[in-house]
Ligand binder design. Structure first.
Ligand SMILES: C[S@@+](CC[C@H](N)C(=O)[O-])C[C@H]1O[C@@H](n2cnc3c(N)ncnc32)[C@H](O)[C@@H]1O
Length: 255
């Protein structure tokens, strides 16, 4: 990693580590997706992949009587989640681990439900779905959010941003087809409402960006990176008609 990249990631994590969550989502959407997993056992074994600081992990703990393992490959996120779990008295029912979701080192067929909000894309859905399937028991559920195109004709600024961040981003149909090919039956999907982008993600992000602008006021290179990061909520404000976060709920197909 060169010095410029190193600086980008330093500022990026300074921003993201301070947020209540690291992607769009909210408790109501988590609860709605969970209700679609209709035949879960009373105390399911749940795996939350790419949990970040664990906003949805805590919601899952509140909404179920299950045992939860939450995994992220960024150690400071896991340290913060650990502190949250200790504070809320949720250990040992919920465990937070530093691991790579591509090879988490967890037992095959060990879970009733694999959850992931805004994270599977990090290793591409093509790689992630077989990993999820191998971790699920027969009849197990997979619930995840993923960015999808809503309609064609997105302006160049939007297309260029996603070509950098998520070049293989598809639409609802292509994700559904990939789920089918990966051994899942799609039960339902729904679009996250716009509030789920703002209340716990872009609004706190915008406040934190103001703080970073003040903190780094005498560092032009840092300020440039901060403006790059500030462009994301602005892009969403202007162009959200072209893309969405979709919650997919699927179940392993037998045979
Ligand atoms: C967009 S954030 C979403 C975090 C959280 N689920 C939420 O909605 O607030 C994606 C998360 O995936 C994690 N991540 C990226 N690649 C990963 C990998 N290979 N293994 C585990 N976690 C990964 C990142 O560290 C980050 O916390």
């Amino acid at each position: 990693m060169n010095a410029g990249e190193e600086k980008f990631w330093k500022i990026f994590f300074e921003l993201y580590e301070a947020l209540p969550r690291q992607g769009p989502g909210d408790r109501d959407s988590t609860a709605a997706a969970l209700r679609l997993c209709r035949e879960l056992p009373p105390a399911p074994d749940i795996l939350d992949l790419g949990c970040g600081t664990g906003a949805q992990t805590v919601h899952l703990a509140e909404l179920t009587d299950g045992q939860i393992v939450a995994v992220d490959n960024h150690p400071p996120f896991i340290e913060r989640l650990d502190a949250t779990l200790r504070g809320a008295g949720l250990q040992p029912r919920v465990r937070a681990l530093v691991a790579d979701m591509a090879a988490p080192g967890l037992p095959e067929a060990g879970f009733d439900l694999v959850w992931s909000e805004g994270a599977l894309y990090s290793i591409s859905l093509e790689r992630a779905l077989p990993v999820c399937r191998s971790l699920l028991r027969p009849g197990g559920y997979l619930a995840f959010t993923d960015a999808v195109w809503r309609k064609p004709g997105a302006p160049a600024e939007v297309r260029e941003t996603f070509e950098l961040d998520y070049p293989s981003m598809g639409d609802v149909e292509s994700v559904g087809a990939l789920l089918q090919r990966s051994g899942f039956e799609v039960l339902e999907h729904f679009t996250l409402p716009d509030e789920a982008w703002w209340a716990e993600f872009y609004e706190p992000m915008s406040e934190q960006i103001e703080r970073l602008r003040t903190r780094h006021a005498d560092d032009p290179e840092a300020l440039e990176i901060i403006e790059q990061l500030a462009a994301e909520p602005e892009l969403h404000r202007r162009y959200s008609e072209y893309y969405a976060y979709e919650f997919f709920v699927a179940r392993t197909r037998q045979g």
